[in-house]
Design a binder for this molecule. Structure first.
Ligand code: GCV
Length: 682
């Protein structure tokens, strides 16, 4: 087993707590299950008791006449205790119950649920509650995850690099080999503690060596990883190359309707499950950014996905098919072609044609994880298709884990977006919960921000993004205040000032980043390729386009019904709202409209002045983030404090660069000076 570098444990750092005496009465645990079936949870609890409480957890197979914790699935609990209400009805398959009760002459804390996953989540919850110093005498917790799929997507390559990774190299792969290390167990613990139940190990761009990951020699190695994650209730999935029958099978086609191709996949899937019985399924990026797919054979995405789904169905496996499909070589000078329309145009006509074990994975916006985009119109358009909301935890366009950019605020807005698909109240979160269209195989996928750096995420505060992703995937209605508060307490302790200042920093950071980079829904303006740093006319795939089409008079893309027609993909009243320059939410103005620089905004400012002001304010507010952090000196572990400070310094420097480059660009384009007379040239 390879030993990786030293690393910390994020929110699972079990530091000594002062409440040993209080917890001592809970050091006995009655385990109603076969020890090996619940070993990971028991080890977790034991480890926590030792490290944080200085207590030795004592296991018992039989009842004891002492206060005790009792762990077991509902079917086992029933043998020893009959609750007044039917607990079965209170929870779903992965839900759990933690209750403090008095029976058989002693106080007991029962941790139960229907499955082993429930017990894992229950144990982590109990540990959390003890660490948050909650009253153990009156626990009455009933928790159910609201969606079935809570997944992390790694964009890790076999050589150890990570596409859009900003926290070191892969913890799974190195030099075309699979790494098996204790660090993986710790990663599984971190993920299980936030309710994650699926992980895609490799990049969606499946090129070169990665195609081979579904070959026997790799599968055998992956088995160990699948077992390890399986211990924590997490299934592993793999991204596949749609043309694998050609690359690996020697066939001359990958046409999904060709019988040999279907048979090849059937055999391949049988082989996979033979080696890895708890395999989750495939993630597929097809017909996008040079990845092969069914289009080349004149077939649809449904043809492609269903062919794979049929092979996976006997094993309860899933095909997760990405909706991020667009023609990256499209000509941006053609004002009718619009990348924003692509996902809807590709997938809306296929609604109802996908098999039950196919899930469409849809990026939150119609473009590509920009700092702000409208919510993809596909949410609300697909009534008969299972859906996964894809969020990007890794900060590709949001500061690459050098800038502090907490994404929970943005994600909450996305979940609260009302699609009006079935009238008012058809929010994205309700669609995912299956409350609007009734699809149950829904969920979340978060593109991982984790690598082998000491703190896992590069920026210490970027851990909050991973934590929040798990928390909102579990409970889409959870308040951000609670999510943030708990994370800070578990990671940095419960000092009032620490909580106050870090909360401030997290809650405001996305808005601040947006202000000094690309406000008003502009997006992009980054260097092509690495997507970092300002480049107002940076355009990905050619030299003649810009994403915003700025000239000396106006900026923005007319995506209204009079322009590219993108607004028509939304339901009423969004269509009309987005269509109308006066009604369109200002933070998306330039996404939907082409606007002259002297257009008056609601504040009375002209557009250009808003852009100038926004960039100046953004920098000032980034400086304030640093002040807030400096106030915590002495209250935060020294190494962490210095690490974050270093990042904040870089952020401020870089924010100034953004401010100067963007403001100068507009000044040069328009010749309109800043009305406040501030220096625009760097
Ligand atoms: C993994 C964007 C990113 C790519 C990423 C792609 C995707 O284009 O820049 O790095 O590829 O999205 O989500 O497939």
């Amino acid at each position: 087993m390879e030993n990786l570098e030293k690393y910390e444990m994020c929110w699972l750092e079990y530091k000594p707590l002062g409440n040993k005496e209080y917890c001592k009465r809970w050091e006995n645990i009655i385990v109603l299950e076969n020890y090996y079936d619940v070993k990971p949870c028991l080890k977790e609890l034991k480890f926590f008791f030792q490290n944080s409480l200085g207590l030795d957890l004592k296991y018992h197979k039989n009842f004891i006449d002492k206060p005790s914790l009792i762990v077991g699935r509902l079917e086992k609990i029933k043998e020893v205790f009959k609750p007044a209400e039917d607990w079965n009805k209170l929870i779903n398959d992965e839900g759990f119950i933690i209750k403090t009760l008095y029976f058989k002459e002693n106080q007991r804390i029962i941790i139960t649920g229907k499955t082993f996953n429930s017990l894992i989540y229950g144990i982590f919850e109990l540990i959390k509650r003890i660490r948050l110093k909650e009253d153990l005498n009156s626990l009455n917790i009933i928790e159910n995850p609201k969606v079935k799929f809570r997944m992390i997507n790694h964009w890790d390559n076999l050589d150890g690099t990570i596409e859009r990774g900003y926290a070191g190299n892969s913890i799974f792969f190195k030099n075309n080999k699979i790494i098996y290390s204790e660090r993986l167990r710790d990663y599984a613990r971190l993920l299980a503690s936030i309710g994650i139940n699926g992980i895609v190990l490799n990049n969606v761009n499946v090129k070169k060596k990665e195609v081979e990951l579904i070959e026997k020699h790799y599968l055998k190695k992956l088995l160990k990883i699948a077992k390890l994650f399986g211990d924590y209730g997490i299934k592993i999935y793999l991204s596949i190359n749609f043309a694998s029958p050609i690359y690996l099978g020697g066939l001359i086609t990958a046409d999904p309707l060709n019988q040999d191709v279907a048979l090849w996949w059937k055999r391949k899937v049988e082989e996979i499950y033979d080696i890895i019985p708890n395999f989750g399924g495939f993630l597929v990026k097809a017909d996008s950014e040079f990845n092969p797919g069914p289009h080349i054979y004149g077939r649809t995405h449904a043809d492609g996905a269903n062919m794979l789904a049929e092979a996976l169905a006997p094993f309860n496996g899933y095909v997760i098919w990405r909706a991020f499909v667009y023609n990256c070589m499209q000509d941006w000078r053609d004002t009718k072609t619009d990348r924003a329309k692509a996902a809807y145009d590709n997938f809306k006509p296929l609604d109802g044609f996908f098999d039950d074990n196919v899930i469409l994975q849809i990026k939150y916006g119609p473009m590509d994880f920009q700092v702000r985009e409208p919510v993809s119109p596909l949410f609300g358009a697909l009534e008969k298709t299972n859906q996964i909301l894809e969020l990007q935890i890794t900060q590709e366009y949001t500061g690459q884990q050098i800038h502090l950019c907490y994404l929970g605020t943005l994600w909450k807005e996305i979940l609260e977006f009302d699609t009006y698909a079935r009238g008012e109240g058809s929010k994205v979160k309700k669609i995912l919960k299956g409350e609007v269209f009734g699809n149950k195989n829904n969920g979340f996928a978060g593109v991982s921000n984790v690598g082998n750096s000491v703190n896992w995420t590069g920026h210490d505060l970027a851990q909050a993004n991973l934590w929040t992703f798990g928390k909102i995937s579990w409970n889409l209605d959870e308040s951000l205040e609670r999510i943030i508060n708990e994370w800070i307490k578990l990671t940095f302790g419960d000092d009032k000032k620490v909580i106050e200042n870090i909360s401030y920093m997290l809650i405001n950071s996305h808005r601040i980043y947006e202000k000094y980079t690309t406000p008003l829904g502009l997006g992009w303006m980054v260097n092509p390729g690495n997507h970092f740093g300002p480049n107002p006319e940076g355009y990905e795939y050619s030299h003649w386009g810009t994403y915003h089409r700025a000239d000396f008079k106006a900026i923005g893309v007319d995506r209204t019904s009079r322009g590219t027609g993108f607004t028509l993909q939304y339901h009423h009243p969004w269509r009309e709202i987005f269509d109308d320059i006066e009604k369109c939410p200002e933070d998306l103005l330039l996404f939907f409209h082409r606007v002259p620089y002297d257009f008056k905004l609601k504040s009375g400012k002209i557009l250009l002045q808003f852009i100038y002001d926004s960039h100046f304010e953004g920098v000032e507010e980034a400086e304030k983030l640093k002040e807030k952090w400096l106030e915590l000196k002495g209250k935060i572990d020294k190494e962490k404090f210095e690490r974050v400070l270093e990042k904040l310094n870089q952020q401020i420097k870089h924010a100034k660069e953004w401010r100067d480059v963007i403001n100068t660009y507009f000044y040069r384009k328009t010749g309109i000076p800043d009305e406040k007379g501030r220096k625009i040239y760097p």
